[in-house]
Design a protein around this ligand. Structure first.
Ligand code: AMP
Ligand code: ZN
Length: 479
């Protein structure tokens, strides 16, 4: 079956936060997608709430590739902002010394969660010159100005499209709009001119500052993403993604900065993942209701189990974290992996002739669900239907070894998107005393010592093994 040609025909529809509609993904150039994903602030270990967003982004990336596009993905590392500076000062270390262990931990966690590496992981501190250049353009255009505290701010009323992503109406916010906000993070009620360059305060910032034409200081968080996205991907990009809390003010401010600089549309397609919640509250550091991936690995769960838990709920639905949910994942994954092992063990020689239709149907169901704004539950349902149907074929010995091989290929294709299955052939280790009993039984049968042969067979059965007749002779098999 030629999977690739079939899949390229299916339009991939994704919800666009900007238009509040599902739209077909049409790349700006050829069949290549440029995607920017807001990465972690490396002031601490990322929690599994953060990873819900990153696992979703990985699903999106893999789905884009599944439908035959190539992709360049950037995920930034925010290594300078209010929180990292506060952490470095509190611990009496440099910013680099403070953030490096969290950067390292983040990459370890990505690996454990089987998240495909992005093409670029720019650290904000390596792009300060690009941020300064953008501020100069904004000052030159009269969109940025110096505030009384010496910091440079973005005048949101100079950008008429301000609010286009979060659907805010500037005219309704006149009172707020005349204020300024110097903090990196703030809520919708505080919509205001936001900081582009935060001027240095020795008491607050210790030795952490950069020189610039506007004096010592450091960039605002929102500017960091604009600068890195445009530098690495260009002025207009296909897709920009983040958690829903990033939509305002972070992404709104990114649009304002980038579009005012370039006079071009910044992003075609915005996607936002809903939160992982605990008891109806967002999982977050500030509420203290969080688990890091390490916490869960230490409790004996695997990265794959956590990945599946985060993956199996549609990204636009809040996902309530519970340990029961995580426990349930274990048996789900076992079902998939046992199925693959069973396919490896098929030895029937005669083709049943029914597998191709089942495969076509499963692939169609999976692909169409995925193409419908990544409808993961329907996509998974297609796979589990396929597993059930093929298990029936195996039971009825209507699946040949060659046919089983094509079913394995299809499961691999599904797993290119899911990233949760194991395709290593399990080598069954049979206890030595059983091998011994098995050999003795063969000898007993040759010697026509039926009594001993039966005793040995019973011994083997009691230990949970069967003696299976195959075309190549008898062998031991777990019952
Ligand atoms: P931060 O390190 O706080 O900048 O967050 C990194 C990413 O994780 C952002 O895209 C956030 O929107 C996302 N995020 C934070 N908390 C959660 C949560 N509870 N559920 C899902 N995503 C989250
Ligand atoms: Zn960002």
């Amino acid at each position: 079956m030629n999977f690739e040609a079939q899949l390229e025909q299916i339009p991939l529809k994704l919800y666009n936060t900007a238009s509040r509609q599902k739209e077909t993904l049409v790349p700006l150039v050829d069949r290549h997608i440029q995607m920017y994903t807001c990465g972690p602030t490396v002031y601490n270990f990322a929690h599994i709430g953060n990873f819900r967003t990153y696992v979703f982004e990985d699903l999106l990336r893999r789905a884009i590739k599944f439908f035959g596009f190539s992709i360049t993905q950037v995920m930034n590392l925010t290594d300078v902002d209010d929180k990292t500076i506060r952490g470095a000062i509190a611990n009496g270390v440099t910013l680099d010394e403070y953030t490096q262990p969290y950067k390292d931990a983040f990459f370890e966690d990505l690996k454990a969660l089987n998240i495909e590496p992005a093409e670029y992981y720019p650290a904000a501190t390596d792009y300060i010159a690009d941020m300064i250049a953008m501020i100069e353009v904004l000052l030159h255009k009269g969109i940025a100005y110096r505030g009384g505290d010496g910091s440079i701010y973005y005048a949101i009323n100079k950008f008429p499209r301000y609010g286009c992503l979060s659907h805010l109406h500037l005219e309704d916010l006149q009172a707020g709009a005349s204020e300024r906000v110097a903090a990196d993070e703030y809520e919708k009620e505080h919509v205001a001119d936001f900081v582009l360059w935060k001027s240095y305060d020795p008491e607050r910032d210790g030795q952490i500052y950069w020189e610039s034409p506007f004096g010592k200081g450091r960039p605002g968080w929102h500017l960091e993403c604009s600068a890195m996205a445009m530098k690495l991907l260009g002025e207009t990009i296909d897709i920009h993604v983040g958690g829903i809390d990033n939509m305002f003010p972070h992404h709104e401010n990114e649009i304002a900065q980038s579009e005012a600089c370039s006079d071009k549309a910044f992003v075609k397609h915005w996607l936002h993942a809903e939160h992982l919640i605990v008891d109806q509250k967002k999982m977050s550091k500030s509420l203290g209701n969080f688990y890091t991936l390490r916490d869960l690995l230490n409790k004996g769960f695997t990265g794959t189990q956590v990945r599946y838990l985060l993956l199996q709920t549609h990204y636009k639905t809040q996902l309530n974290f519970t340990f029961q949910g995580l426990d349930a994942v274990k048996s789900t994954l076992q079902r998939l992996n046992d199925f693959v092992q069973r396919l490896y063990e098929v030895e029937t020689a005669k083709a049943g002739g029914r597998i191709e239709a089942l495969e076509q149907n499963a692939l169609k169901g999976f692909a169409e669900a995925l193409a419908d704004d990544l409808n993961i539950s329907a996509a998974l349902a297609s796979i589990f239907d396929f597993v059930r149907e093929v298990n029936c074929l195996c039971d009825a010995e209507q699946l040949s070894r060659e046919e089983a091989q094509t079913a394995i290929e299809l499961m691999k294709k599904f797993d290119d998107v899911l990233g949760v299955m194991t395709f290593e052939k399990r080598e069954e280790v049979i206890p030595e005393d059983l091998e011994d009993a098995f050999a003795k039984r063969l000898q007993a049968r040759q010697d026509k010592n039926w009594k001993l042969a039966d005793e040995l067979r019973d011994f083997i059965h009691q230990r949970g093994y069967l003696i299976e007749d195959t075309p190549h002779g008898a062998r031991l098999k777990k019952a």
